[in-house]
Design a protein around this ligand. Structure first.
Ligand code: C5J
Length: 230
């Protein structure tokens, strides 16, 4: 059995079944100056800091031929898929659908809704457009994972305590073995990130595991040849 050095204990890689990297919402509006996150007064440099490590992890997956799945939080231009409760949340000047620095906020196809250039999906990689915080709600993600025999999810992206954690909890309830990659996820609130990591792995890994990217890559590199022998 090959495993990744993780908390609260080693994360075992499957003998049959596959592993996918999930990259949550690395969108221009959350990460770039002049975007939605910035306009709300957040320090986007906190989120930008994970980009080099996440890029290396994505490249590692690609070089091993393992699936990389991206998500984008977005809504249809007529906002028909945005529940009123989500639409009216925040009470700020900028809400979903209003004109921001990079087009309409969280609207599919707008410049700010795209994934940042450094982490652009390659042709053929799955991109899930999700109207909720969790990537399973109102999407085909579960069917895609099942079709590809994926049982283990390594979860990254932004923001840790919102869309990343929600997706990990949804996945855990559906029976996927989930690990959050500590240095490939970030929050505008560092204390929320820390709390999320701790709550995920509390009580013997009640939601799953956490590990750093270097340990993830090391485990996967050992797993690939072992899996080829199975
Ligand atoms: C938020 C996200 N925070 N991707 N979205 O609204 O976490």
């Amino acid at each position: 059995m090959t495993s990744i050095s993780a908390l609260p204990y080693d994360y075992e890689l499957p003998e049959s079944g596959n592993v996918a990297l999930i990259v949550i919402d690395m969108q221009r509006d959350f990460l770039e100056p002049g975007g939605f996150g910035d306009a709300l007064g957040n320090d986007v440099s906190l989120l930008q800091a994970i980009v080099p490590t996440l890029k290396s992890l994505i490249e590692g997956f690609r070089s091993m031929g393992l699936p990389v799945i991206h998500t984008i939080e977005c809504h249809q231009p007529d906002l028909s898929d945005c529940p009123p409760a989500k639409l009216k949340r925040g009470k700020g000047d900028l809400t979903i659908g209003s004109e921001g620095g990079m087009g309409r906020i969280l609207v599919k196809g707008e410049p700010g809704n795209g994934i940042i250039a450094d982490l652009a999906p390659l042709p053929g990689e799955v991109v899930i457009h999700k109207p909720g915080k969790g990537a399973f709600y109102a999407t085909y993600l579960d069917s895609i994972l099942k079709e590809q025999g994926i049982t283990h999810l390594l979860i990254t992206g932004v923001t840790t305590e919102v869309c990343v954690q929600t997706t990990m909890r949804e996945a855990n309830d559906r029976g996927y073995e989930c690990l959050m990659v500590e240095d490939c996820t970030e929050s505008y609130f560092p204390e929320f990130k820390q709390a999320t990591l701790e709550m995920v792995r509390a009580q013997g890994g009640i939601v799953g595991w956490t590990a750093i990217a270097a340990d993830v890559l090391q485990g996967l590199e050992q797993w690939q040849p072992a899996k080829a022998l199975v």
